[in-house]
Structures are given as structure tokens and as C-alpha cells.
Ligand binder design. Structure first.
Ligand code: IMP
Ligand code: ZN
Length: 478
């Protein structure tokens, strides 16, 4: 069953105010903790909207009339507002109840705080079950930066090896530089992590080989069936490694990994042009991609710090990406990541490169949005990255995934972007959309299935993935 969506104004009366009236709690301590109790019923948690039973959730004060009346009495909405939203709210709650009844194993229900948001939603039965489901679901990852996907643990191992060989190494332990659990890197603090640290740590054949292998293992262990990994070719003056050698090392690592009989994930490579690159440098990247097509390079990307465009004009890349397309490479672009570089003018130039997919898609005007919908462009959405890096206002439930999901014009692709930094795996991104936007298991499967078409990996690979997904669905009786 599909969720009903209401506008922000319509939902306003039902927005959680968290600090609820004292009579929902047994004592002050419970109130402070946010865990309350409705007399005679089970428990509920106002912070997380958890209820001990679905009946409690539905029958508690979360009904339109009860909330509406109270909020009206408190002067938070006027009569007209209440009248205008009532019929749709009623419909919404009826559907919500049906939706809850559809769910299995209803021992505990989490009504996420998105209840209060426009993409109104209900959800999630037993978190662990959902997590297991999302992990087992065959998934496709199309937007993952190699260096950003290396875990802190892996960086730490590389550091230890280098430190043994070179005790005077002028680098700190990654566990100090990128403390475990820290995910709140914003656009100012995120990019220097690479330029000032990770690139200096992983700067030779061994570390690139080792980190690539570990990244592949991590994705496969998380249930990824097909991966398009992207990386910016770089050279290391200190170790004499050229861009060619870098790309070869990554490709060799993928080939090695796939030779192992116990692996079944398919990995292909995209090469990234950095927004700060000159025309010549960018062209060099495309030429490398063309040269290594036969070894598994299937596309190119435009990435890099969106706040620091060297020439202030993306038109210099037009010819570069045209060459990529002429040579049969897929094109994907980081798109509208920062407000400062998301003018209609700039975005129209990017769209003129005819990308097959675009990533992030945050700061888009109505006109650009309409154009994207018209083209039915596949959207690589990186929810956790956008939330943690404060690239969007608000939290998970405010992510623009909701708008595009409701609109149904463009294929949506959940992506990690930089799982090593933001620590949210691709299966966790599926958990997030179930939790915050109310997707059922079948819808999660459909979401994964619709990411097959936008891959750059060719028809044969698409067939393999379709067969895999269909048999998984049948096996899981979805
Ligand atoms: P690499 O290309 O494998 O070295 O991965 C790290 C690089 O990817 C960074 O230096 C950035 O240029 C790019 N990158 C990672 N995440 C983002 C993002 O969210 N936006 C734009 N570029 C990114
Ligand atoms: Zn990215």
C-alpha cells in the first residue's frame, strides 16, 4: 500500500512537540527521559515515536480529531486550517491503519518522527528484522568514492604497517584524525580529510591495493550484488606512482578480487574528474577512462568540493564529457550539492552534458526540477551523507528522497557516497527509507530493482541482476 502524503501545512497540527503534557508520564523522570505512558495502555516514547503495540499507536492521541481539537484549543491552528486538512487527514489515518495491519510481526511499532513531516509515514516493525531484510536484499551501489569508502579500521591497519616500516612518518593515527563515531563532517571539513590526510596515507601501490580489496569486501558483505566504484586518478610524487599506475592498481585489485571463487559481486569502475581540474587535466582523465575501458572502466563522473570551482565555470568540461559519451562511457555528475554553485545557469550547463545519472540533486529550482523529471534522469541520492554533512536542512525525514519518491518520475538510487566517513552502509540507507518514508519490504525490493536500468554495466549485466533479483523475491515470498 502506498503512503499518503500531505503538505506541510496540512500536517502542521500533528507535528510532534516532543515535550508533551505531563499527564502522559508517570513522573518527572519519565518526562525528562521522553518515555511516557498512557494510563492503562503500554508505553510510548515521544522522542522516537515508539509504541509498545500498534493498537496503542493508533488509538492513542495520534488521531486527527484528538490532536486537531487540542491544537485548536491551544490556538496553534485556526478553524479554517483545521477544516481544510480534516478530510485528507482522515483518509491518511485510515490508510495508516490498513498499512499497519498489512505489516507482519507487529510486536513493536516505530512511528518515525516523519509522522510530523510532509512525507507522512508510518513504520517499521522490529528493527532487527528490517535490518536483516535490508542486508540480505540484493543491492546495487552506484555512487561510492573509493577513498571515501575506506573504513577507519582499514586506514588504521595501513597506518600501522607504514609506521613499522617508517617510524618517523609524519602522519597521525587515523583513529585520532578521523575519530570512530564522528560523522558530522560538513563541506568545509570533509574535503581536507582527503587532501590533507587519506591521500598521504594511501600513497603507494600496496596501500591502494589493500584498501581497494577491503572496500570490495565490505560492500559485498553488506549484500551488494553490483558495484560501480568511482575514483579520481591521482599521482604520488613521493612514491613515483603515476595516474596510470593508480588506475591499473585499482583495476588489478578488482580483477584479483573477482577471481576468488567465493565472491559473486560484480565491480566496474568510473573515473572522476575533479571540479577544480583544468580543461587539460579533465581531458586526461577521460582519456584514461577510454584507455581502460577494456579492463572495466564504464563511465566518468564530475566530483570534488562544490564550493571551490577553480575557474568558476563548469562550461570548460562540456567538451570533455562529450568526448566521454562519444566513446561509449556513461556520464554521471555531482549535481546541486551546494547552494552557492547551484544556479539555474550552472545546472543547465551540467544538464547540457547529457548525463545518464546525477548525484545528490539538492538545491534545484522548480524549473530545473521539471527538466530533470522530463528527462526521467536517474538520481543517485546519498541520504546519510547529506544529513550528516548538513547539506540539507533538517534530518532524514526532511530529505528530498520523499519528494522524488512521491513524484515517481525518476528512478531513485540509494547510495552511500562515502561510507568510510559517514558510516552508513547501503543496507542502512534502505533501513532509513523504510523508517522515515514508510516503504514496505516490497517497495524496498522495487527500489533496488529499479536501480538496474541506470547502471553503466551493459545489457548482459542487467539481465544477470534482473534474474538474481526476481529469484530472490520469489525465494522470499514478497
Ligand atoms: P577518490 O576519488 O577515490 O579519491 O575519493 C575521494 C574523492 O571523492 C574526494 O577527494 C572528492 O573529490 C570526491 N568526493 C567524495 N565525496 C564527495 C561528495 O560528496 N561530493 C563531491 N565530491 C566528493
Ligand atoms: Zn559523491
Amino acid at each position: 500500500m502506498e503512503c499518503t502524503c500531505l503538505s506541510r501545512k496540512e500536517v502542521k497540527p500533528f507535528v510532534s512537540q516532543k515535550k508533551e503534557r505531563m499527564d502522559y508520564y508517570d513522573n518527572k523522570e519519565q518526562q525528562r527521559e521522553g518515555v511516557g505512558r498512557r494510563k492503562g495502555d503500554g508505553w510510548m516514547n515521544w522522542e522516537s515515536w515508539e509504541f509498545s503495540s500498534w493498537r496503542d499507536a493508533i488509538l492513542s492521541c495520534l488521531t486527527p480529531s484528538a490532536y486537531g481539537k487540542r491544537w485548536k484549543a491551544e490556538g496553534r491552528l485556526d478553524e479554517e486550517e483545521l477544516r481544510s486538512c480534516r478530510p485528507r487527514l482522515k483518509q491518511f489515518w485510515l490508510e495508516t491503519v490498513e498499512h499497519l495491519l498489512d505489516l507482519q510481526a507487529m510486536s513493536s511499532i516505530h512511528l518515525c518522527s516523519a509522522v510530523a513531516q510532509p512525507a507522512v509515514v508510518v513504520m517499521s516493525v522490529k528493527m532487527e528484522e528490517l535490518e536483516v531484510f535490508c542486508k540480505q536484499l540484493p543491492k546495487i551501489e552506484l555512487h561510492a568514492h573509493l577513498s571515501g569508502s575506506i573504513t577507519r579500521e582499514c586506514l588504521h591497519e595501513i597506518y600501522k604497517k607504514r609506521k613499522e616500516a617508517e617510524p618517523s612518518i609524519g602522519l597521525e593515527d587515523p583513529m585520532i584524525v578521523i575519530p570512530p563515531g564522528k560523522v558530522d563532517y560538513d563541506l568545509e571539513t570533509f574535503f581536507p580529510l582527503f587532501s590533507k590526510y587519506i591521500y598521504q596515507l594511501c600513497n603507494d601501490v600496496q596501500s591502494v591495493r589493500y584498501s581497494t580489496k577491503r572496500v570490495l569486501q565490505d560492500f559485498e558483505a553488506d549484500g551488494v550484488a553490483y558495484l560501480e566504484l568511482r575514483t579520481t586518478p591521482r599521482e604520488f610524487k613521493e612514491t613515483g606512482m603515476s595516474k596510470e599506475q593508480y588506475v591499473e592498481t585499482v583495476l588489478e585489485s578488482i580483477e584479483q578480487y573477482e577471481k576468488d571463487a567465493s565472491t559473486s559481486m560484480k565491480t566496474l569502475l568510473l573515473l572522476s574528474v575533479d571540479r577544480r581540474d583544468s580543461f587539460q587535466k579533465a581531458l586526461g582523465c577521460i582519456d584514461l577512462a577510454i584507455r581502460y575501458k577494456h579492463r572495466g572502466v564504464v563511465g566518468v563522473d564530475l566530483c570534488g568540493d562544490p564550493l571551490r570551482l577553480q575557474k568558476g565555470d563548469v562550461t570548460i568540461f562540456r567538451e570533455v564529457f562529450a568526448k566521454a559519451r562519444e566513446n561509449g562511457l556513461g556520464v554521471t555528475l555531482h549535481f546541486a550539492e551546494a547552494a552557492k554553485t547551484s544556479s539555474d545557469e550552472e545546472l543547465l550547463v551540467l544538464l547540457s552534458f547529457k548525463p545518464g545519472r546525477i548525484g545528490h540533486v539538492i538545491h534545484v529550482s522548480d524549473a530545473i526540477r521539471t527538466e530533470i523529471s522530463k528527462r526521467k534522469l536517474a538520481l543517485e541520492l546519498c541520504i546519510s551523507c547529506n544529513v550528516h554533512a548538513k547539506m540539507i536542512t533538517g534530518s532524514f525525514q526532511d530529505h528530498h528522497f520523499r519528494d522524488w519518491w512521491v513524484e515517481k518520475q525518476c528512478p531513485l538510487i540509494l547510495c552511500t557516497d562515502d561510507v568510510g566517513v559517514f558510516c552508513s552502509t547501503i543496507s542502512n540507507e534502505y533501513v532509513i527509507v523504510a523508517q522515515h518514508f514508510g516503504l514496505t519490504r516490497l517497495q524496498l525490493w522495487e527500489l533496488s530493482f529499479q536501480t538496474i536500468d541506470p547502471i553503466f554495466g551493459g545489457e548482459e549485466e542487467k539481465m544477470r541482476l534482473r534474474n538474481l533479483m526476481v529469484s530472490w523475491r520469489e525465494g522470499n515470498k514478497l
